[in-house]
Structures are given as C-alpha cells and as structure tokens.
Design a protein. Structure first.
Length: 161
C-alpha cells in the first residue's frame, strides 16, 4: 500500500491538499490559544519590587515634607509605590585640593537622601516598570509625591518573591 495513491489521497482516506489545509488551521488555532492563555502564568504574576534611590545634594529645607508611607505619583495619579524608609546623610562631593588632586569632601550644608521604595508590578519583558518609570541600577529615578520631587539614581533593585 502506498502512502499517497494515484488519486492524491493520503493512505487512501483524505486528499493531501485537504490534509495540509487542516494542519495549517490547527496550527493557527493552537498559536492563538497559546497567545491568549500564556505559556507561564506564574511569570506574569505581580511581584513586589524594592529599590534604593540616592538623591544627592539636596537642600535640607526641601526635606521637611518627606514622610515614610508617602505614595509616589506618575503623571497626575498616585501609584502603588510607597516610601518604606529614607535616610539623610551629609552630602559627599569630589573637589580639587590645592595641588590639583581630586579628593572626597563632605558638604557642610547639603544632604544626600537614600530612599527605600517598594511597590508591586508585573515583570513581563526585558524591563521592570515601577511607578511609571523603568528601573535598573544606575538609572535615573524621580522620587515624586504630591508635595515634592527629587531626581535620584537607582542604587539597588530587589525582586521579592
């Protein structure tokens, strides 16, 4: 018995062209189900992300409104990102000494602020978006609430399982 007979039927049952069309339709349906259902729902589950942001050289009077628990703002709406902690330290600077060497110094007036922010997000691509901003170490991040906005730099990113 031949696989394709003289009438073009596969195993004598169905026409080979009809079989190819049926296979193509099944592949399209399978692809649509895969796309809609997702291949791994655990990957798309919301995760808690904790970041540390350094906002350097801030005038001390600008920090009077900062409080633990403040919600961050993106555009004109609140996000689920909150300040978990913040630490105020003397601002470090690099200056030139009398011999032209670069040395570390502490500014007697300005302050560095280290914010710890936490929120939930879905990590579904090559970036982590927290509070409407892409985050990764060494990237700029704006700590924005209803009453203040500081430009900082992400020092650390932690994904909490």
């Amino acid at each position: 018995m031949r696989i394709i007979d003289e009438k073009g039927k596969f195993l004598g049952l169905v026409n080979i062209i009809d079989l190819l069309v049926l296979a193509a339709v099944l592949l399209v349906i399978g692809g649509a189900v895969y796309k809609i259902k997702g291949h791994d729902n655990v990957q798309n589950a919301p995760k808690t992300v904790k970041i540390t942001v350094l906002a350097p050289a801030i005038r001390p009077e600008m920090l009077t409104n900062v409080q633990v628990g403040d919600k961050m703002v993106s555009g004109s709406s609140f996000t689920n990102v909150v300040i978990k902690d913040f630490e105020i330290q003397p601002a470090f600077m690099v200056i030139s000494d009398s011999e032209g060497r670069r040395v570390e110094a502490v500014d007697p007036f300005l302050k560095d602020v280290i914010f710890t922010l936490e929120g939930t997000t879905i990590i579904s691509s090559g970036t982590i978006n927290l509070g409407g901003q892409d985050i990764r170490s060494n990237k700029e991040y704006y700590v924005k609430s209803l009453l203040y906005e500081f430009k900082g730099q992400v020092m650390n990113v932690e994904i909490i399982e």
